[in-house]
Ligand binder design. Structure first.
Ligand code: BTN
Length: 273
């Protein structure tokens, strides 16, 4: 990429935002600790359903399982979305997969990359048979407003225009960006508007019809199902087996070598081939 990256600008995003709920309140910050933290605070103060917080950089970007999320200024997307509609429990547990599907569809709309999902919500670019992580999602449950309803903050990080040398050496084999994969910079404002549009449609659909269609679309996009995998559980326990499918709440059903089926709700999946 030549020159300085184009900053995100609300005036350039709003006209492309064909959404009903998501982004009706859209806040852009130059720097925050974590967009998920900022949005959780706003949720406590009664922020409306669909509120979106975007930042150009994060000083304490959070990843899944207590990790940090690399958040340099101006290169990527760091966005959090408040989903405050009261969804039935059987739909709420699909929120991480719904968000992954929205990212998957947005990237497929703007690029011709071979994108796949790794359970529960990593977005991978497949090149030479190898999947590298393009985007990650962190879903936090939060209380809302004085009446303490429950809602979720969906935090999405997409590596957009990050060159390979901006990744720490230890991530270069496993992480990637749209710039690295496509060879050209991607307009972050357009990607954000497309992502919020996909999320709006999926959220509306799940709220009205339940999770069945989300589940069906997720299964098609997900590379994990049917694969031999290693699950790295919280702590350091590892289990190998075959990811034989999904439970009704979205948990991964793992058929272990001794024939037992375990339902995994948190952990890191490694595809073994
Ligand atoms: C993962 O570990 O795969 C999840 C990464 C989630 C990162 C995003 S960036 C925007 C939002 N704010 C955060 O602090 N984390 C999420």
């Amino acid at each position: 990429m030549t020159g300085l990256p184009t900053p995100l600008a609300l005036d350039a995003i709003r006209p492309h935002l064909a959404t009903r709920v998501i982004g009706t309140t859209l806040l852009l910050h130059d720097e925050v600790d974590s967009t998920n933290r900022v949005l959780a605070d706003l949720a406590h103060q009664g922020a409306p359903d669909g509120t979106v917080v975007v930042a150009e950089s994060q000083t304490a970007g959070r990843g899944r399982l207590g990790r940090t999320w690399l958040s340099p200024r101006g290169l990527n997307l760091y966005v959090s979305i408040l989903l405050a509609r009261t969804l039935p429990p059987e739909t709420v547990t699909w929120t991480p997969m719904l968000a992954a599907l929205a990212v998957f569809r947005a990237i497929r709309t703007l690029t011709i990359l071979d994108v796949r999902l790794k359970w529960p919500n990593d977005v991978l670019a497949i090149r030479g048979g190898v999947g590298r992580k393009l985007a990650g999602i962190l879903v936090d449950a939060v209380g809302t407003g004085p009446t303490s309803g429950r809602a979720v903050v969906v935090g999405i990080g997409i590596n957009v225009n990050m060159p390979l040398d901006a990744f720490p050496k230890e991530l270069r084999a496993t992480a990637t960006s749209l710039l690295i994969e496509t060879g050209s910079p991607v307009d972050r404002g357009r990607l954000l508007a497309t992502l919020l549009g996909e999320l709006d449609r999926l959220y509306d659909h799940a709220g009205t019809h339940g999770p069945d269609d989300i589940e069906a679309a997720y299964r098609v996009a997900c590379d994990t199902i049917g694969k031999p995998v290693r699950i790295e559980l919280i702590g350091s326990e590892k289990i190998e087996g075959t990811a034989e499918g999904l439970a009704s709440d979205g948990a991964l059903r793992l058929l272990t070598k001794n024939g037992k089926v375990l339902e995994i709700r948190a952990g890191d999946v490694v595809h073994l081939r």
